[in-house]
Design a protein around this ligand. Structure first.
Ligand code: FMN
Length: 294
């Protein structure tokens, strides 16, 4: 997650047995990326789960080539690409034996991503934090699974163990969870942002294109605090999407306006990553048992 995901968060996730990821742009200045990868590699030695790095493959990301070279040096095992699939990036990652999952919001982009050489997909459905999709997860997974049998993650408001199981039942291989990790001590977010995730519910999430030029989901309270009317936001300009020079323009927008998905009603406390993972696992097993008894 832009700004929020730090090495602390990723290391805690991998140590707890799940895949942890962060956007390369979070390491700022760009020279920090090497240190972050060194630390993550060192501290997750021997863990079962790999870590992942997210590359914003949008034309305005002037760091892409430089960041890709750093990823190559560390042979990053899993790369998540978003905002435009690029065959050269996929080929480069395959060159060091890495795997690429590409973020998609519909079946059209899913085809495009696989045609360009991505190994798998992350279906970003309606209700997701950040640049959310607009389609129901049922519709999205169903359409992708008609023709694609490779690795598929599903994202969008997944925040409890039963929802992880539901994602699998629907046909996804992985549940991809964002917003609940904001309410952890390991996340790089202000205490007020973390508390807003704990206090928030689906009704507190506003969908708008104003802040980055692409539709995304945000916490209503942060929009009000910025002096804006969440119920009357103008449309954003797609050309305003700017990840140049380390995403600084976008960073300003995201620092005060808090991104969040609709699933945060499941988040009751700011708690360590390991505790949240244990709860997810317990609830996943309970859901499985409940279904088996039917
Ligand atoms: C604050 C925030 C920042 C995000 N930044 C990124 C990003 O930089 N790159 C990306 O691919 N997805 C980003 N996302 C989307 C997440 O990767 C993921 O798809 C989403 O959070 C899943 O939905 P959920 O939050 O409802 O669990 C962001 C999400 C949030 C909440």
């Amino acid at each position: 997650m832009f700004i929020v995901s730090s090495p602390e968060l990723v290391i805690a996730q991998v140590k707890a047995g799940i895949i942890g990821s962060f956007p390369a742009l979070n390491a700022r200045p760009a020279s920090q990326l090497d240190d972050w990868l060194a630390r993550i590699t060192d501290e997750t030695q021997g863990c079962a789960a790999p870590y992942a790095v997210n590359l914003i493959v949008h034309k305005s990301n002037t760091r892409l080539e430089q960041d890709l070279a750093v990823l190559a040096r560390w042979k990053v095992p899993l790369v998540i690409t978003s905002l435009g699939a690029k065959a050269e990036v996929n080929a480069a990652v395959h060159g060091w034996g890495g795997v690429v999952l590409h973020d998609v919001i519909d079946d059209f982009f899913a085809h495009k991503a696989i045609d360009k050489g991505a190994d798998g997909l992350i279906a970003v459905a309606a209700g997701a934090g950040g640049h959310a999709g607009r389609q129901s997860p049922f519709a999205l997974v169903q359409e992708i699974r008609r023709w694609f049998d490779g690795p598929l993650a599903l994202s969008g408001a997944i925040a409890n163990g039963g929802a992880v199981l539901a994602a699998q039942a629907m046909g996804a291989d992985f549940a991809y969870i964002g917003s609940p990790w904001i309410a952890t001590p390991e996340a790089q977010a202000s205490d007020t942002y973390k508390q807003a995730i704990v206090d928030g519910h689906a009704a507190d999430i506003v969908n708008s294109s104003l802040f980055t030029g692409v539709h995304g989901n945000y916490l209503r309270a942060s929009i009000v605090a910025a002096g804006l009317d969440p119920d009357n936001l103008p449309e954003g300009e797609r050309s305003a999407m700017d990840f140049g020079s380390g995403g600084n323009t976008a960073a300003k927008a995201w620092k005060d306006i808090w991104g969040s998905g609709q699933g945060i009603g499941a988040v009751d406390a700011i708690e360590p990553v390991a505790t949240r993972v244990a709860t997810l696992e317990r609830d996943y097993c309970a859901a499985l048992e409940r279904l088996a008894l039917r």
